[in-house]
Design a protein around this ligand. Structure first.
Ligand SMILES: Nc1ncnc2c1ncn2[C@@H]1O[C@H](COP(=O)(O)OP(=O)(O)OP(=O)(O)O)[C@@H](O)[C@H]1O
Ligand SMILES: [Mg+2]
Length: 294
């Protein structure tokens, strides 16, 4: 199944079941809808994930708290994307547990996790290239719709109402990420930077509580990075918690409050940007030198 088919199947699946209506509307402020953060928003608890002989995650644990911007960094192959995949139901951990608002995610399907309030973007952009920016964003709003397939087929009023509301919400989100003028353009004609922003709009359309961004600034020039930084802060201001994978240290250090560092699947450090920057194990991981030499 291609990436596009997978996303499409997921969106179709998502319309069939009744939603778990807990997540707030983004980008509107939404704290009032939420249960207290008793467990931490997300708990990654001793998670190991193996692919045959490769241990992509090796007993990794960390907690995310509601409202923070957390960095997830590490050299190539460290397990960062695998961590997102484990959190979003792409792969089940070999052992360990991931809980979101106290609820175990193990065994839940991707669309169920979307409805619980976790959204992500992809390291390699995944859009429907022949659909417009507006339509791509509406795929995200569809994941929240209450209408059944039957009412959609019968064109019942509830379906029309939701479709109109979905369109308005998608336009608002395109405006929010700064590409509303491109709403009617097919995704493949958008610039690379616009496509990255469109992915963020689509993820926000699912009304996430936690937004996971996998290298959203990859390939950006300094001005584009600066403007992405601003967007990430604006998203957080709406109440959305953010987990950010990013290789650009200046960007990560400038926007996150805490950082988790992975190397060869293991968590080697966690702390504030300053703590992590000065940690000899982190320096060694990035420079490729033994810890004692660093
Ligand atoms: N589906 C898979 N099948 C087999 N091995 C995999 C799979 N996905 C990831 N891996 C392996 O798991 C390890 C971690 O990969 P992952 O993509 O999570 O790293 P990453 O930290 O995101 O790296 P990068 O910075 O290059 O994106 C790597 O050794 C990778 O080859
Ligand atoms: Mg990756």
């Amino acid at each position: 199944m291609s990436d596009y088919e997978a996303t499409s199947a997921q969106a179709a699946d998502a319309r069939i079941d009744e939603p778990i209506a807990t997540a707030p509307t983004s980008p509107a402020p939404a704290g009032a809808h939420r249960a207290p953060d008793r467990h931490g928003l997300l708990e990654v608890d001793d998670v190991t994930l193996r692919f045959g002989g490769v241990v992509a995650l090796d007993r990794v644990s960390f907690n995310l708290h509601e409202g923070e911007i957390r960095g997830l960094i590490g050299p190539n192959g460290a397990g960062k994307t695998t961590c997102f995949n484990a959190m979003t139901g792409v792969y089940a951990p070999t052992s360990g547990q991931i809980r979101f608002r106290g609820m175990p995610l193990t065994g839940r399907k991707k669309y169920q996790i979307t409805r619980l309030g976790i959204a992500r973007t992809f390291q390699n952009i995944r859009l429907f290239p022949e659909m417009t920016a507006l339509e791509n964003t509406m795929v995200g709003t569809d994941a929240r719709h209450k209408t059944s397939v039957v009412s959609a087929l019968l064109r019942l009023p509830r379906h029309w109402h939701e479709e109109r509301a979905g369109k308005e919400k998608a336009m608002d989100l395109l405006r929010f990420v700064g590409i509303e003028r491109r709403a009617g353009e097919v995704a493949r004609n958008l610039s690379y930077g616009e496509q990255r922003r469109l992915e963020i709009a689509r993820a926000l359309a699912t009304e996430p509580i936690l937004l996971c961004l996998d290298e959203p600034a990859a390939g950006f020039n300094p001005a584009e990075k600066e403007s992405l930084l601003k967007l990430i802060r604006e998203i957080r201001e709406t109440g959305v918690t953010i987990l950010l994978i990013e290789h650009d240290m200046r960007l990560v250090m400038g926007v996150t409050e805490r950082i988790v560092v992975l190397e060869f699947g293991k968590k080697i450090a966690e702390g504030t940007p300053a703590e992590v920057r000065d940690d000899p194990k982190v320096v060694a991981a990035y420079l490729g030198v033994p810890t004692d030499a660093a």
